[in-house]
Each structure stands twice: as C-alpha cells, then as structure tokens.
Design a binder for this molecule. Structure first.
Ligand SMILES: Nc1ncnc2c1ncn2[C@@H]1O[C@H](COP(=O)(O)OP(=O)(O)O)[C@@H](O)[C@H]1O
Ligand SMILES: [Mg+2]
Length: 265
C-alpha cells in the first residue's frame, strides 16, 4: 500500500532547521491496521501529513501504491488524496453550521455530484456509522463520539483505500474511544488499510501492529525503557533526546515548499 524509504523532513525555524524525520523507513501492506505511537514532538503528525500528501518531504521516497509521491503539484496531490485517502482528526474538523448529512456529503459536493444524489449517499454512510436519525443535527448538538462518527462517514464517502487518523480518540473518554476503535475495526475489515496515530496504549492494542517513533525514527518496540527495565541484562535504552538543529542541507532549502497542516486544514 505504501512505502517510505529513507525519508527526511526538516522544518525551517528562524535561521536554523529542525530535523524532524530521520531516514525514516516504513512499509505498510494492503489491508494492514497499524498504530503509530511516540511522545509528543516525535514527528507523528509530520509523518501523517506526508503520508496524506498534505505536506512534502525533503529527501527519500514515498510510494503510495505504484506512484512516487514527490513534489507533486497541488492539483495532482489533490487528485491522489481524493482517490486514495480518507482523513480522521482528533478535533473532528466538521463544518459547524452544516448538518451531519451535509458534512458527510461535502466530498461529493467537490466531486460535482448533484445535491439529491449526494444526500441519498450521505444518508447511507450515516446509517453505516449508526447515525441515520442524526442527519439534520449540527455538530454543536452532538457528542464527541457522534461527531467522530460523522467525520468517519465523511472519510468513507470518497471510497478511500487508506484511512489516516491523527489521534482520533484524543478528545474522547475511554469508553467512547473503544466504540470508535470498534467502528474503525469494522471498516478495516471491509479491506481498507488503516493507520492510527495515538497516545493511548489501549487504542494501540486494538490494532494489529505498532510502529513506535522516537526523534523521527522508528524504534524497535522491544527497545523501550520499560523493556530495558524489566530485562536488566539488556543494554540500557538510549535516553530521550531532544531534537538537534543541524545546518540546513541544500535539499531542504530546494524543497522548501507548501505546508498544509492536518491539524489546521
Ligand atoms: N510547521 C512547523 N514548523 C516548525 N516546526 C514544526 C512544525 N510542525 C511541527 N514542528 C516541530 O516538529 C516536531 C515534530 O512535530 P509533530 O510531527 O507535530 O510531532 P507529534 O505529532 O509527534 O507530536 C516538533 O518538534 C514540532 O515542534
Ligand atoms: Mg501530533
């Protein structure tokens, strides 16, 4: 489904640059359900923005299916995003003055589908997430769990092959989080590849594979501090390192480009 090979990403901050992703290699097969964990600032959202073609990277390769995703024009990026990818966010990102039905129907509006037709289809997707009766309600009238279901229905309506979820349960209580994970699991079972960034070990436990990020690199799950502590014979885990600020490489300057954050679309 997707492969990152030696991907590097820098952010320019004032006169120096932050090296946020470091020679990152990640492989996700079709139909996997993967959790990405890592402490705050480890590069999870940056990674998801790159995977979602919302942001570019500085060096390495990102293959989505058979396509090399690299320095695409805005219109090509939008084309691949709409064709392959559904997004789910911690803060739901619903339009506040639109109803649940209208929010779900929005991607079809951009595809030029007629109002009548998109409302029928959006109703089917609302049904699928258990919210048929909430079609005419606005986000302000719904609970966090309901809002996330609306957002999931909106992600599904474009028939994505890949869903990228950045802390989808981050604003929900633990019971609601588990319900949302059950819904994502159901969706995954229809054949959609699923990547979920989370802080919550109980959420990660509901997925099939864990990728742990630390300082912009993948770490072996067995090499965590906890593992080292419970196995005194193992080498001590490297302590948490803050990001260093190397000189900006030429490639970073050349590729300095658009940044569209998933957090603030
Ligand atoms: N647009 C940006 N400009 C400069 N630095 C950024 C930007 N976005 C993120 N960073 C920095 O990059 C690092 C990784 O951020 P992020 O990917 O959001 O981490 P996470 O999602 O794991 O918390 C952090 O040090 C963060 O401050
Ligand atoms: Mg983040």
């Amino acid at each position: 489904m997707l492969r990152l090979s030696k991907v590097n990403k820098y952010y320019r901050v004032g006169t120096h640059s932050l090296h946020v992703l470091r020679d990152l290699d990640i492989d996700v097969a079709d139909g996997e359900f993967v959790a990405i964990m890592g402490s705050s600032g480890s590069g999870k959202s940056t990674l998801l923005n790159i995977l979602g073609i919302l942001d570019d990277y500085d060096s390495g390769e990102y293959w989505l299916g058979d396509t090399l995703i690299r320095s695409l024009s805005e219109s090509k990026a939008a084309h691949y995003r709409n064709r392959f990818i559904g997004f789910v966010f911690q803060s739901f990102n619903l339009l506040p003055f639109k109803t649940a039905l209208e929010n779900v129907a929005l991607p079809l509006y951009y595809q030029g589908v007629t109002r009548r037709k998109r409302n029928v289809i959006a109703g089917e997707y609302l049904e699928r997430v258990g919210l048929r009766d909430w079609a005419d309600h606005t986000p302000a009238e719904m609970s966090g769990g309901q809002k996330q279901r609306v957002a999931i229905a909106r992600a599904l309506i474009g028939k994505p092959r890949l869903i990228l979820a950045d802390e989808p349960t981050g604003a929900l209580d633990s019971e609601t989080s588990q319900q949302i994970m059950s819904l994502l699991r159901e969706i995954h079972e229809t054949g959609i590849t699923m990547l979920v960034v989370t802080h919550d070990p109980e959420v990660a436990a509901r997925t099939d594979r864990l990728i742990r990020l630390k300082d912009g690199k993948v770490v072996d799950p067995n090499e965590t501090a906890e593992a080292a502590a419970s196995h005194p014979n193992l080498p001590v885990a490297v302590p948490e390192r803050s990001l260093t600020a190397p000189a900006i490489p030429a490639t970073a300057v050349a590729a300095e480009g658009r940044r569209r954050s998933m957090d603030e679309p």
